[in-house]
Design a protein around this ligand. Structure first.
Ligand SMILES: Nc1ncnc2c1ncn2[C@@H]1O[C@H](COP(=O)(O)OP(=O)(O)OP(=O)(O)O)[C@@H](O)[C@H]1O
Length: 336
């Protein structure tokens, strides 16, 4: 669906050249929700802006649905851009226009006849859950409602791709969740491919199927969200995963206390295994006791995974058998 082929972008800044994006190659699949995460300055916005032709790459090519965005002529690009909607952290609404008028705007630009565009705008108001607020001005709306207008406006011309630039970064956690749910509904219901950039791992965790981690203009890690969460490779990825899993220091402290009694183990569960009662089975089968010292189960759009720090008490042989049993059930067991 989206082919990013050896894309680079270099700016001529005041203090010399800035290599904002360096030789990035990625394929984003049709219908997926793809996340790009990185700290400020990693090059996420530049990459996203190249996807809809707002920036031209210094090198490389971007092909969306078989059409080269990076090499299209201006007139052609304008048409292609209608297939790509975009939403922003600060909404970018027209403040002198009402909700309905904001949504009508891209339809006016696309030359859609009046009756048709009003019908379409009303349908979009319903889709994003803003019925009754059609005549409100942006200044009268909450942050979440403003982003709903942004989403409706971005969907007006029935795009195939929706780009989200830190779309929930200005919102509180509850509103963030409701906007992320709306994006998931749109992805599933309308089959729109979503590409989002963020510096918040819970956004990736909540709705993305795959993630690219960016650092210094490069993609340093790429994979299915569940794989990246359970087995992060790069230091930066480990830091992002920690945002979700909580403080390792706390676990370390608990481990130190517990390990004086021996037999402290870290159990890592992935996907469906989390739901199954492996621990109580191990207790029953091998006549041991298991104390849970610490743990966290995380839900992702692809399934759940989690880690439990446990202390196993019982005869050494029984503990060894219980460990083998857990391993045979695809639970990773690490001695700490
Ligand atoms: N128009 C520009 N001119 C010069 N340098 C730029 C320009 N736009 C971005 N940069 C630089 O390119 C690098 C990447 O910026 P970019 O905005 O893409 O990062 P980001 O990961 O999106 O971070 P943020 O979330 O802070 O925007 C930064 O060093 C930035 O200063």
């Amino acid at each position: 669906m989206i082919e990013i082929q050896q894309i680079s972008k270099t700016y001529n800044g005041k203090n010399g050249q800035v290599h904002a994006v360096k030789n990035v190659s990625l394929t984003i699949r049709k219908g997926e929700i793809f996340g790009m995460i990185g700290y400020s300055g990693a090059g996420k916005s530049t990459l996203l802006r190249m996807l809809n032709g707002l920036e031209t790459p210094t090198d490389g090519e971007i092909v969306i649905d078989g059409v080269s965005i990076s090499k299209s002529k201006a007139s052609h690009l304008r048409k292609e851009r209608q297939k790509i909607g975009m939403i922003f952290q600060h909404f970018n609404l027209l403040w002198s226009r009402t909700v309905l008028e904001n949504i009508l705007f891209p339809l006016e630009i696309a030359g859609v006849p009046k009756k048709q565009r009003v019908d379409r705008a009303k349908e979009l108001v319903r889709l994003v859950g803003l019925e009754g607020r059609e005549n409100a001005y942006p200044s009268e709306l909450s942050g979440g409602q403003k982003q709903r207008v942004g989403i409706a406006r971005a969907l007006a011309n029935e795009p195939k791709v929706l780009l989200c630039d830190e779309a929930t970064s200005a919102l509180d956690p509850e509103t963030t969740d409701s906007i992320l749910s709306l994006l998931t509904d749109i992805n599933r219901g309308l089959g729109i491919t979503i590409v989002l950039i963020t510096h918040e791992m819970h956004v990736i965790q909540k709705i993305c199927q795959r993630v690219a981690v960016m650092e210094n203009g490069e993609v340093v890690e790429l994979g299915a969200v569940l794989d990246v969460f359970t087995n992060p490779q790069q230091d930066i990825t480990k830091k992002f995963v920690k945002q979700i899993k909580g403080s390792e220091e706390f676990v370390t402290e608990l481990t130190r206390d517990a390990s004086s009694n021996g037999n402290t183990k870290k159990l890592t569960f992935t996907q469906s295994h989390v739901q199954q009662p492996h621990i109580s089975e191990a207790v029953k089968l091998f006549n041991i006791e298991i104390n849970i010292l610490n743990g966290k189960i995380v839900q992702t759009s692809e399934g759940s995974y989690g880690t439990l720090l446990v202390q196993m008490i019982g005869k050494t042989e029984n503990i060894e058998n219980a460990v083998s049993y857990l391993q045979s059930q695809q639970v990773e067991v690490e001695v700490v």
